[in-house]
Ligand binder design. Structure first.
Ligand code: PLP
Length: 366
């Protein structure tokens, strides 16, 4: 007998899995924008230490981690919420604000989790196309806001296109958003950005009463497997809104311990940023030798259209190249699955993995 789902759940798309799981060792995992390096030994030790007391629930206030984040960001702990990955906060904000008859505005292509908010709530999403340089068209997004709009999401730098917009553009955009509309600025990759530093967007919290800046430990901090993220909020009301719709113990004690320890090693973060920038230069150079110009990356990954030859269609070229890379033990992300057939999204790996990717792409295209 067919399972009867509610009418919202029926419409929720499955998250397009990257396919990088249960693989033999030695596969270059360049499909999920993860950190190529394992966490620091101190971070692993902190998580392991926390396991000793896992007969107890976590402190649901998560105050020590929120205080560490307050020190790190300059935002009061009362205006910081933590989540089981930043997606936990993203989904909670959507669940708290959206319902049938309301609207949500976000760019497209953008993060593949955003369509979930529309489907889960029954709200209507207005997807605003990126501009010709694969960047958010913030003017068009502001134009798309109306009296039904409850939430606008700006992903900066944008996944999957790697591009970023500057702080002045975001500031001008915020000035155009009515005060009762919540703006979610998803900064999952902000540490890698060129246009501004993570500290630079924090003052925006005082410029719009309903802004959430979403950050994560999954990318630069290399803790994707532990699931921890946070939101810097304009107001405590937003912290409360997310708390209403979530389970009380959302982050595990191991994740809390690891995240708190990870904040104590800014030197390591600096080294990872330098490594990503190095990869950016190396991969852009290698792509250019193949006649490919990637989008201007501000993240730990790149985005580019494959050259289409012989009258083949873009989707077919993409599938052939992905299969060719896979044969060479290199996994990348399909642009077609993310809204642009014929494109690839490739995470920067270790220097060795970057070279393997370039060699495998050269072979797949020849
Ligand atoms: C990876 C990513 C996140 C992080 O999700 P977590 O749940 O924190 O792992 C958030 N937003 C975007 C755009 C991302 O690409």
């Amino acid at each position: 007998m067919r399972l009867k789902l509610n009418r919202h759940a029926e419409k929720i798309p499955y998250y397009p899995a990257a396919g990088g799981y249960n693989l033999p060792d030695g596969v270059a995992l360049l499909a999920s924008n993860e950190c190529p390096d394992p966490p620091l030994p101190e971070v692993v030790a902190a998580a392991a230490g926390a396991l000793q007391a896992t007969n107890r629930y976590p402190d649901p206030s998560y105050l020590p981690l929120r205080q560490a984040l307050a020190e790190h960001s300059g935002v009061d702990a009362e205006r910081i919420t933590v989540g089981n990955g930043s997606c936990d906060i993203l989904l909670a904000i959507g669940a708290a604000l959206l319902e049938p008859g309301t609207e949500l505005v976000h760019a497209w292509p953008s993060f593949s989790v955003y369509p979930h908010l529309e489907a889960a709530s029954g709200a209507t999403a207005v997807r605003v196309p990126l501009d010709a340089d694969h960047r958010h068209d913030l003017d068009a997004m502001a134009d798309a806001i109306n009296e039904r709009t409850r939430l606008v999401i700006v992903c900066n730098p944008n996944n999957p296109t790697s591009t970023g917009v500057g702080l002045d553009a975001i500031r001008a955009f915020l000035a155009r958003v009515p005060e009762d509309v919540v703006v979610l600025l998803d900064e999952a990759y902000i540490e890698f950005a060129e246009q501004y530093r993570p500290a630079d967007s924090v003052p925006l919290l005082d410029e719009h009463p309903h802004l959430v800046i979403l950050r994560t430990f999954s990318k630069i901090y290399g803790l994707a497997g532990l699931r921890v993220g946070y939101g810097l909020c304009s107001s405590t009301e937003l912290v409360g809104a997310a708390a209403r719709v979530r389970q009380p113990f959302t982050v595990s004690v191991a994740a809390v311990a690891a995240a708190t320890e990870a904040l104590r090693h800014p030197g390591e973060i600096g080294a990872r940023i330098r490594q990503a920038r190095e990869s950016r230069t190396v991969i852009a150079g290698g792509l250019q030798e193949l006649g490919i110009v990637p989008a201007a990356s501000e993240a730990n990954f790149c985005w580019f259209d494959l050259p289409v030859v012989d009258g083949r269609d873009a989707a077919e070229v993409e599938q052939r190249v992905i299969a060719g890379l896979r044969e060479q033990q290199v996994l990348v992300r399909s642009g077609g699955a993310l809204g642009r057939p014929g494109a690839l999204r490739v995470t920067y790996g270790t220097p060795d993995e970057n070279q393997r990717f370039l060699a495998a792409l050269r072979a797949a295209l020849s």
